[in-house]
Design a protein around this ligand. Structure first.
Ligand SMILES: [Zn+2]
Length: 425
């Protein structure tokens, strides 16, 4: 029997504080750190763990459930500490702030306003509240609004933390009627290689490669470069507000397109039996790309993770699990013979220095990502490959998109409007 797990998500918001007491939140996070450190200190001094919550709560300046949450978190850390037997490690108490953890409707509350915004009220300290509006992506705000109006999403605990000195609220929500299959119970594994102007997908089953495809989206790359140049110009001219407006426009444009691409990935994946979608964990910037300048780095960075995130999120809605693998060598290894060498890859061409196998480099990477996904998460083994199917390329080209500046490039090669827009070899 495949076990199921509920779909849990963390939604991130910025806090627009309207009650004029921003320092209160910061102070509460400092107090939260003190509670954490005190819990660790008592635990290390051999105080019975059952006694610690009351001992700590005796002289703390936080609401009760917040104190309990922080104590529980600290004791959880102590449990790990014992489990890994690293007694010689320096104490993991620290200075500074610690996230303020709160139960919904106890430590914090959320409301829909008449204007359709989501308002918050956080009990930062006993009888002292911080109030204002949540700011964040439409996707996250939408989930919260659904949760406030129906039972579909259950709103759970939240954390107040500070990111670049700005207060944020991270809210945990659970989808009550959607479950995601365990990734270990998959019949098909889809490797996804995300690049600046395309994604390559390869679906493996126990019998071999089911299908493979490259979805191109050159306009995202093009528009990002174009916006970058325009923004730089207005920035040099000292037009800060124009610069910021352009940045917002660019972000909306890119997000809109990435949402469409992510839908495409999920749609393609769900045609297979019990799929699991596998991504590279891109915490480290991939070594396979040439990051010559700061501009390059900025240009490359955003869409990768956003696209993975959107895809994983939409897949979850379909009950499709996602998995993450280490990106090391995925673009340099030959999927046929396993030979690994940096020079195997030259931009979009892959040619194995050992066996001579040639391929679209991104598609090859997606084969390797799928294979790693199988090795890491499935009980079946990676099937032997004698040859790879021909690469099919699909180009996405939207027309008349909202918020997008007129796209003048590539209209001849582009196919048609929304959806799957054309097929070529
Ligand atoms: Zn080879």
């Amino acid at each position: 029997m495949p076990s199921k797990q509920a779909l849990v998500k963390t939604l991130d918001f910025q806090l627009e504080i309207q009650s004029g007491n921003e320092n209160l939140l910061y102070g509460a996070c400092i107090e939260s750190r003190r509670v954490y450190n005190e819990t660790i200190r008592l635990a290390k001094n051999g105080v019975d763990w059952d006694m610690i919550p009351d001992r700590v709560a005796a002289d703390v300046d936080l609401v009760k459930n917040t104190t309990q949450r922080v104590v529980a978190k600290a004791l959880g850390a102590m449990e790990n500490y014992y489990e890994y037997d690293n007694f010689d490690q320096p104490s993991h108490t620290k200075d500074g702030i610690y996230p303020l953890r709160a139960n919904y409707e106890e430590g914090y509350n959320l409301f829909l306003t008449d204007d359709g915004d989501v308002a918050f009220r956080i009990s930062a300290k006993p009888y002292q509240h911080v109030e204002g509006l949540l700011k964040g992506s439409d996707a996250h705000l939408d989930i919260l609004k659904v949760g406030l109006e129906s039972d579909e999403w259950e709103i759970g605990t939240a954390e107040v933390l500070f990111h670049n000195d700005s207060p944020e609220l991270h809210v945990n929500v659970t989808n009550t009627d959607q479950t995601v299959r365990d990734k270990q119970d998959s019949q098909t594994v889809v490797g996804v290689d995300v690049n600046e102007d395309n994604v390559a997908l390869t679906a493996f089953s126990e019998d071999g490669i089911k299908d493979t495809i490259v979805i191109e989206f050159p306009e995202i790359k093009f528009e990002r470069h174009r916006y970058f140049t325009i923004r730089k110009r207005v920035q040099n001219a000292g037009k800060r507000s124009v610069h910021d407006t352009l940045e917002d426009q660019e972000e909306r444009f890119v997000r809109d397109r990435l949402h469409k691409v992510s839908r495409h990935i999920v749609k393609w994946s769900r045609q297979f039996e019990d799929p699991c979608i596998v991504f590279e964990d891109l915490k480290e910037i991939r070594d396979s790309l040439d990051y010559g300048t700061r501009m390059n780095r900025r240009l490359h960075h955003l869409p990768f993770r956003a696209l993975q995130h959107y895809t994983s999120y939409k897949a979850g809605f379909e009950g499709i699990p996602t998995a993450w693998i280490n990106p090391e060598y995925t673009s340099q290894e030959c999927p046929m013979c396993g030979h690994t060498e940096r020079t195997n890859r030259n931009k979009k061409r892959f040619k194995c220095r050992d066996c001579g196998h040639q391929d679209h480099a991104d598609r090859g990477a997606s084969v390797n990502i799928a294979a790693k996904g199988i090795k890491n998460h499935q009980e079946w083994t990676v099937p032997a490959l004698n040859s790879l199917p021909t690469v099919r390329t699909v180009r996405r080209q939207a027309s008349g998109a909202v918020d997008a500046p007129t796209v003048t490039h590539d209209t001849v090669r582009g196919y048609q409007t929304d959806g799957i827009t054309g097929v070529s070899d």
